[in-house]
Design a protein around this ligand. Structure first.
Ligand SMILES: CC(C)(COP(=O)(O)OP(=O)(O)OC[C@H]1O[C@@H](n2cnc3c(N)ncnc32)[C@H](O)[C@@H]1OP(=O)(O)O)[C@@H](O)C(=O)NCCC(=O)NCCS
Length: 183
């Protein structure tokens, strides 16, 4: 779907464009990103162009490119997927494609900004995610924003030669710190 920009202290979230495909391919082909981001790979620039066109045309995906505010440079992607308008629920996904930027609070800021799309613009009730149990940085990032652990899907994913457990986390509208007070 079409998304309007969201500005944070250090980041700008904006719609993906076809010209982002080379950067997206380099992110998705970075082994350290792929190892925890559940990305299929390797991918080509053409496949990333298709991805951009697909999410822009989709009625159930709201996907943003993540840029540093002090220089228009794409550093990752964050979005809501499978938006279910009956249950007002969606799956959250994120990756920062530049490992040197990890653990500096950017993931937390991008997650908070994407939740504004979920709760303020789309009026969702629940945002959920799956994260590898071996991704403590990701889990910590989501906990800081208010996501609660709901359970463990044992050996749910076969990735890079072995099975991985997935932690299920979710944030309900009423537990979102940025939500307007209940009426
Ligand atoms: C997951 C990801 C988006 C998080 O973004 P980030 O900018 O690194 O996250 P933040 O810096 O906002 O928060 C990470 C937190 O985890 C902590 N952390 C990092 N490694 C940790 C570890 N091994 N054990 C415990 N905490 C850890 C950091 O210290 C930080 O917490 P703090 O602010 O309290 O110090 C990013 O690391 C990423 O893109 N990783 C690769 C792809 C991926 O895993 N995507 C998510 C798939 S579900």
């Amino acid at each position: 779907m079409t998304v309007s920009p969201l500005e944070g202290a250090r980041l700008r979230l904006r719609a993906l464009a076809r010209g982002d495909a080379p950067a997206l391919a380099s992110f998705a082909n970075e082994p350290r990103v792929r190892s925890t981001a559940l990305l299929p790979g390797p991918v080509t620039v053409e496949q990333e162009e298709d991805f951009v066109l697909r999410v822009r045309a989709s009625t159930v995906d709201a996907v943003f490119g993540i840029e540093l505010r002090d220089g228009p440079r794409l550093v990752g992607v964050a979005g809501l997927h499978g938006i279910d308008r009956t249950s007002r629920a969606a799956q959250f996904g994120i990756f920062l494609g530049v490992p040197s930027l990890w653990n500096q609070g950017y993931g937390t800021e991008a997650t908070r900004l994407t939740l504004r799309q979920a709760f303020e613009r789309l009026q969702l009730h629940r945002v959920w995610l799956h994260v590898f149990s071996e991704n403590p940085g990701g889990i910590r990032c989501y906990e800081k924003v208010g996501f609660a652990r709901e359970g463990l899907l044992r050996e749910a994913v076969f990735h890079e030669g072995r099975y991985h457990d997935l932690v299920v986390m979710a944030l309900l509208r009423q537990d979102w710190a940025g939500a307007a007070p209940a009426k």
